[in-house]
Every structure is written in C-alpha cells, then in structure tokens.
Design a protein around this ligand. Structure first.
Ligand code: ARG
Ligand code: ZN
Length: 876
C-alpha cells in the first residue's frame, strides 16, 4: 500500500494525555494505556470514528470512560482498532499483551541481552499499544513501569522520575512524567540491570542538569568519551543556536541489539552500543569521532526533532537533514573543518549519488512511500543536510541564525513541514527561496557542465555553467534549481585572483572567492582584468551536492593539488587526478605506463610537513572502489579493482623509502592522545604501513607485526591487523587474527571490528571464509551489528569478491536477505541495497544480480519492507 503526501489530512482525533502502565514479566508484558481523547476541531470529518494503529498486539480490554466495550462496539482489524461511535471528548483505556522476549524485529518493546528496551521511530509504538501512531498527534506522557526488582533494578522512561516504590513478589515500580507534549515515536522505555555513570552540566541560564549513561556493568569504564562529547554538544548548541536543554535529567542507554545507530527519545536517548561505548584499548579514532558526532546528533534532536517535530513522515528530513547539518558543523568545530567536509562529501558522492541514480531515488521530501523505514536514507539525512547547508551559504551565518531562531520560536511544540522551515528562513532573511524549494521536491543529482574560454586581448575570462538534472523514477523534465556555486580563480603562480565581474569593480575591492548563484539552465560569467588564463577552482568546499563536469587537464589538477587555498579543493584535485589515472588503466594493456605526475604529487605530500597533516592523511587515500564504480558507466568491477590495485602497487613501489620515513616520522613515541595532531599521525603511519604491505615489503611486514604486538590503542592495533590481513603474509595474518580474537573475544564491539576487517578483505574475505565467519561461535543472527559486520561489509566493501563474475556473491547475499527477512525485515531491506543497483552494471554482472533479486521477490511471506525495495528495483 502506497502512502502519499498529497493525501495528507489532519488527524480526526487528538490525544492530550497518555497514562501508561507497563507490567514487565519474563514471558511477556501487559500494557495498560489510558488516553484522553478529543475530536480535532480542524478535522473536516466531524463524524469520523476513532482509529488507532496496532501491530502484533493481543488486545485484552477496551474501555470508554471506564466502561468496558463489548466486542460489537469496536472493530479490530489486523492493523487498526476502530471505534465508530464516540463522544467529542472521552477517556479510552486499552490493555494489550505483547511478548518482548520474542520480538526479533527490534521495533516496539523488545529484549536485548536480558534488558527491556524500545525503538518506536517510526512506527514502533503501535507494537506496544493501540494508538494514533502518527507524529502530528502530540501528547503528554505519564509512564509507570513495574518489574522484578532483582532482574530489573533500573526502570527508565521519558521526563522526570516522580514516584517509586516496592510491590509484592519482589517487584517494584517507578513512575515517569514528561511535561513536554511529544509524538509517540519519541516514547522510550528501558528496564534492566544496568550501572550508571553520572555527570552534571550547568546551562547558560544556570540550571544544573543531571547527566547519566546507563550500561551493562562490564562497560562501566567506556562511558567517559560519550559523556564528554555530550557536554561539548550541550555547550555548543547554546553558543551556536541559543538552545538550552529543557528537562532536569538527560539519559543515554547503551543497547547491544539495535537496528540503527541511536534514537533521540525525549530525555532518554537509546544508543546502539557501538555508537556510544569507547576506550583507548577498544575503539579506533574513527569510532571516537563517530561517537562524538552521534551523541551530538541525538542531543541536538531535542530541539530539531523533539521540541519542533515532523507533521508526517514525508517531512523526515525536517529533523534529520537539519540535525545532520548541525552535528556536522559541530564536528567541524571540534576538529578539522576541511577533513570533516571531505568526509561528508565523500559519503555523499560515493553513496548518496548512487542512491540518487538508483531505483529507490527520491526527493529530500518524498511524495510517496510504502514502508517508511525504507526512507531513512542518505538522501533524507545527508542530502537533506546539504540542502540546509546551502541555505546557510545563501543567507550567511547571521541571517541563517536569525532564521533558525524564528523557526524554533514560531514552531515550538508543533509538528511542522520542511516548507515551514524554509518559510522561517525566508521571513527572517527577506530572501526569496521559492526556486530553492525545488531541492526538496526534485530527486536526482544535478550535473553542472562547466566550460571556459579566455580572451587575452581584453583580459576577459568566461565561465559557462549549464545544469541538468537526470530523470529519476517517476520524475522527468526537471526545472533548474537554485545552486550556490563557490568559485576562485588562480593565477600562474598559484596566487588567488580578484574576481571582477563587471568593468566597474576595481581589483582592490574585489573578493578572491565568490558564491555564484545558479538559477537558470545556463549561465555565462565574465571576469575582467585577467591577462592570462586562470585555473578555476570550482565548487569550493563542495558548496552544493552536485556533480561538476569540467575537462581538467592533469597539469591543472597537479597545480590545484599544491596551490588551491581551499583545502577541500586541493584534496578534490588529488582525487580527480587519481581517478583519471586509474580510469585510464581500466582495461589497458598490462604494463601500461602509470602517470609519473601522480607519483610525484604523492611524493611531495609524503614529504610535506608544513601542510595540515590531517589533510595530508586524507589526500593520501586513493579513491575507493565504491567511488570508482559510482563514477563509471557499466562498471567492470574486476577491471576497476585490478587497475586500482596496480596504481597502489606502483605508488608503494616508487615511494617505498618515503613511506618508511613517513612511518617512522609519525611513530615517535609519546603518550596516546585524542588530539587532531595525534589522530593525523596515527592515520599517516597506518596508511604508510598498509601501502608497504600491498607490495609485500618485508620491512613493512616486520613493522606491522611489531606494531600489532606493541600497540597501546585500538587504532594502531587495528591498523597493523588490517595491513596484515590485506597482505600476502598468510602466516602472520592468521597469527594476528587469532591473537586478536583470543584477547578481545568477550567484547562484542571489538569482535564486530574483527569480523569487519576480514569481511572487507579480498584476501581474507572470499566466500568460503565469509561462510566460516557466519558459523563462528561469536556470530549471532539476532544481532544487527554482527550481521552488518559480516554480510553488510562483504557486500558493501569487499566489492571484487561480492561481484565475483560467477554470481556467487549475489546468490550469497540473496540467501542471507531471505533468511533475515523472517526475523528482522528492516535489516533485510537494508542489506539488499547492493543488489538493487543491478541496472548500473555491465550486463554480465547485472543479469546475475537481477536473478538474485527475483529469487528474493519470489520468497514466500516477503515482508512489506523488502517488498517495496525489491519490486521498485525490478521495476515491477
Ligand atoms: N531518529 C534516529 C536518528 O537519526 C533514527 C531512527 C531510525 N529508526 C528507524 N526505524 N528507521 O537519530
Ligand atoms: Zn537523527
């Protein structure tokens, strides 16, 4: 069934308060819910029945104003409870029985390592009780939890704890009250045997907030980083958005079995353990950064999502796009802004562009969906964040802040739309964003065809930019969008040239960087006072989520790599050069020459200690296979893999001395620190190590073995392990893998890394080995992280093995997807993604991919989640 934005109507009934009583037992849970309901004066249908959503519920009782309803007075369909005749205002009581211990979908109330926890976004609350489960129904919640005191000493829900006490039979209760009206998707509950780590935060206005992280006792030592990140995020939101926290207590709970990263339940954020727990010994630098950004993301939702929420799920990007923009700005402020921008742009260009070009392409504000869980996508999150970033660029920081202040003030306590957000930005700034709104409505990645010419006589440089937006499923003939295009021009010695757009401007007052605003299908810009042809620095800091097509020469790219004052574009020039070199080798004869300028550029980078080392570390990463595949038409995966490998080997061979020097220069002993400098050093030395092992260098091997043994932190230990796993030193590889597992087998987050490093390796992650990992005693089909770390990583990162020309990788994925669909459809629908891109690949691959998809389509009892993805990608 397809749900359409155009069919939105306001709810017929509103709920003012929700009174919940949870009786938690080993064999199930009984939920008593009492709602105060009233007719919505704004509803056109004044005689509408009360309609409540429900999923897999056993209904024990329905009562209206305290009187039990007889069966003929209500109707229970598979998905709804409908009561036809009701007064304008009434109290509705519903009692349901559910079995959290058997809930493998991990939606609603379920059990994870013995503890009760919830995930209600988007439509999980209906798996707990019958309720109008839509975000525009906002109510105040009071929640009483009753459970066995020994097994569940900790009982948590949203808001403030207002009452607690003992009950008979060794049971106890706690009652929570949340003063802020909220939609049901923000409801949260946790009950279990947990320890707490405490801290406090004093808000700008002087209120003391109690901060708590709840974890299983064995993880008590892994909360410091999350707590510190939380306090930084709280301060940052006050300073940058004027947003203070609003309850007296803020809680985070770590849960091992979780479908997503984390969830922003009001006052009670629930996290996937891997997104919150960290220690020097068990988490890599990347994990530390990820945790900081996710903790901030969920915290920021308290305003962008909770205080102001979404009217309906088509507006999901209202909270997600804005919140990702906020967390990404926060991370940029905490570390290197250039590196953060590179990471965001890489994700977008590799994965979101691929989504935009695939069968599930959808606008930032989709017009229709079948299963909303399938729309928690890179488009909604990351492209949505880019759209907000472009508003920030167009308005400038001051007006943007005025706009966000107005948005929060105007809509506090409301459920609103992306259009309301843009309207607030317009009203506060006086800018017309009507054309800009197309970013929310049109799917697909705009392509900018850039060409230029120079008139030496007149000193005029002309830049022509044409935009084109490709067709996507259900959308053709798109209108030009409003695109901020940041530009700089470089002179022959690398100097930044003044941008003089008309004859009157004089060089003195002219800027050296400018944001051109593209609104038409084609623009030509003229720049004056330029006796020689400049090198353009296009789309600086990735000022819009678009593809730029310009015929760069390799000379220009090498020039930009060392001269562009925009760090992002320096990196980008390096990537484009490497892409060009690798692409020219795809299908070329064996022994073809590899561009010497690439080697020299990398040599210069390795020796440059004046540049920001974090940027150097990024610049040394070759474009990923996934990105090269995304860029290609009908990619031949094996050929791309081979070409990239050749370039890597050639670079490593030519730069062996420099790599060894770089390794040592960045290894000088010192205390482990989590500063940008020391993170950059670890990154550089581990990159050097991995390159040396690509060419089976014995010095490299010895360094790796030694580093693996001596490492005092997970980044270095994992760096050495990864290098060995991806080398031909089979004996060292197995010894290290075995040693690592023995040491860390009791730590699930580390075991997940151990699975991933193998599943992503073309040496250690061929299908027989992957199957062996699935049989491993630490593998668990009920745990999404384990599934992702083996099956997800294999299909998403081990591309040569996944795209084995014999189709075995595809068949493998289809088998796992079918198997998972019965227990956890959300995970199954996500895991199938790589197969859905079958049309993109050379026919030899594509037809095998399609066959695997068809096999999934024909599975009996296909879930709604998987149905939507599979049918849309088969075009049926
Ligand atoms: N709102 C959460 C976040 O982005 C994600 C929850 C997604 N849940 C889901 N079932 N798709 O922070
Ligand atoms: Zn979010």
């Amino acid at each position: 069934k397809t749900i359409r934005l155009s069919e939105y109507t306001v709810p017929a009934h509103l709920v003012d308060t929700v009174d919940l009583r949870f009786e938690l037992f080993d064999d199930g849970a009984r939920i008593h819910s009492t709602l105060s309901v009233r007719r919505n004066p704004e509803s056109a249908d004044a005689a509408a029945p009360v309609t409540l959503d429900g999923d897999s519920l056993k209904l024990e009782r329905v009562a209206l104003n305290g009187e039990d309803l007889a069966a003929e007075n209500y109707e229970e369909t598979g998905e709804q409870l409908v009561i036809a005749s009701v007064p304008d205002r009434f109290e509705l009581t519903v009692v349901t029985w559910i079995e959290p211990q058997n809930n493998t979908r991990l939606e609603g109330l379920y059990k994870s390592s013995g503890m009760f926890c919830t995930q209600c976004e988007a439509e999980g609350f209906r798996c707990i009780t019958y309720f109008p489960d839509r975000p525009d129904v906002m109510a105040r919640y009071r929640t009483r939890i009753e459970a066995d005191k020994a097994s569940c000493p900790v009982l948590l829900s949203n808001g403030n704890a207002v009452e607690r006490g003992d009950l008979e039979n060794g049971r106890h209760f706690v009652t929570w009250e949340d003063p802020f009206p909220k939609p049901s998707y923000l409801f949260g509950l946790v009950a279990g045997d947990l320890v707490e780590q405490r801290d406090t935060f004093t808000t700008g206005s002087g209120r003391d907030i109690d901060l708590r992280i709840y974890v299983e006792p064995r993880n008590a030592e892994k909360c410091d980083h999350a707590l510190a990140s939380l306090k930084r995020a709280m301060r940052w939101d006050e300073e940058n958005y004027g947003r203070e926290y609003d309850l007296d207590i803020f809680m985070i709970v770590a849960v091992d079995d979780f479908n997503m990263g984390a969830m922003e339940n009001k006052g009670l954020n629930i996290f996937n353990s891997s997104c919150v727990l960290a220690s020097q010994d068990t988490a890599t630098d990347l994990a530390f950064e990820r945790i900081e950004s996710i903790v901030a993301h969920e915290y920021f939702h308290n305003w962008s999502g909770n205080r102001v929420t979404c009217r309906d799920w088509f507006q999901l990007s209202l909270k997600e796009g804005f919140t990702v923009f906020r967390d990404s700005t926060f991370s940029a402020d905490m570390g290197s802004p250039t590196v953060k921008r590179i990471e965001d742009a890489t994700l977008l260009r590799t994965a979101q562009f691929a989504e935009d070009a695939g069968p599930m392409a959808h606008p930032v504000r989709p017009a229709a969906y079948m299963e909303i869980s399938n729309f928690y996508t890179l488009t909604i999150y990351e492209k949505g964040a880019e759209v907000v970033r472009m508003i920030h660029t167009l308005l400038g920081p001051e007006l943007f802040r005025k706009g966000s202040d107005l948005y929060f003030e105007r809509h506090d306590g409301q459920a609103v739309t992306t259009d309301d957000f843009v309207k607030a930005m317009e009203d506060a700034s006086g800018r017309d964003l009507s054309q800009f709104r197309l970013w929310y409505e049109q799917a697909g990645t705009p392509e900018l065809m850039v060409s230029d010419s120079h008139d030496p006589e007149q000193g005029i440089y002309r830049l022509t930019i044409e935009q084109r937006i490709p067709d996507t499923p259900g959308q053709t003939d798109k209108k030009p969008q409003h695109i901020p295009f940041a530009l700089g021009l470089l002179g022959p010695d690398g100097e930044a040239l003044p941008l003089m757009q008309d004859g009157s401007a004089d060089a003195e007052g002219a800027p050296v960087e400018q944001v051109l605003e593209l609104t038409e299908a084609r623009h030509t810009f003229e720049f004056h006072g330029l006796p020689s042809k400049p090198v353009p620095s296009l789309l600086r800091h990735f000022s819009a989520p678009v593809r730029v097509i310009y015929p760069w020469s390799r000379d220009q790219l090498v020039f930009l790599m060392s001269h562009d004052p925009d760090g992002f574009n320096r990196w980008d020039a390096g990537q484009r050069l490497a892409v060009d070199v690798i692409q020219s080798l795809v299908g070329a004869a064996e022994g073809a020459e590899i561009e010497p300028r690439l080697v020299e550029a990398y040599r210069a980078l390795l020796g440059d200690s004046t540049l920001d080392q974090a940027l150097v570390a990024k610049m040394l990463q070759l474009p990923s296979e996934a990105y090269l595949i995304e860029l290609a038409d009908s990619p031949d995966v094996a050929a791309i893999h081979h070409a990239r490998e050749q370039v890597l080997q050639h670079l490593a061979t030519s730069l062996r001395e420099e790599l060894i020097a770089c390794y040592h220069r960045n290894s000088e002993a010192g205390k482990y620190e989590l500063t940008p400098e020391s993170i950059a050093r670890r990154s550089l030395r581990n990159t050097a190590l991995s390159w040396l092992l690509v060419i089976n260098d014995e010095t490299g091997r010895d360094l790796a073995v030694q580093q693996f043994r001596d490492a005092d932190n997970m980044t270095d230990r994992m760096g050495a392990l990864r290098a060995l796993v991806n080398s031909d030193y089979a004996a060292e590889r197995s010894a290290a893998l075995e040693e690592f597992y023995k040491h860390f087998q009791d730590d699930p987050q580390v075991v997940e890394q151990w699975f991933s490093v193998q599943a992503s390796s073309d040496r250690a992650g061929q299908l027989p080995q992957i199957n062996a990992l699935l049989e491993h005693s630490a593998f668990d089909w009920k745990n999404p992280n384990k599934i992702r770390s083996v099956v997800g990583v294999f299909a998403g990162q081990n591309l040569a093995a996944f795209h084995n020309p014999d189709g075995s990788g595809y068949a493998f994925l289809a088998d796992q997807v079918c198997r998972l669909d019965d227990s956890n459809p959300q995970i199954a629908a996500r895991l199938v993604t790589p197969l859905t891109r079958w049309k993109k690949f050379a026919p030899a691959y594509g037809s095998l991919m399609r066959e695997s998809l068809e096999r999934i389509r024909d599975k009996s009892g296909l879930s709604a989640d998987l149905y939507e993805v599979v049918h849309k990608s088969l075009g049926s």
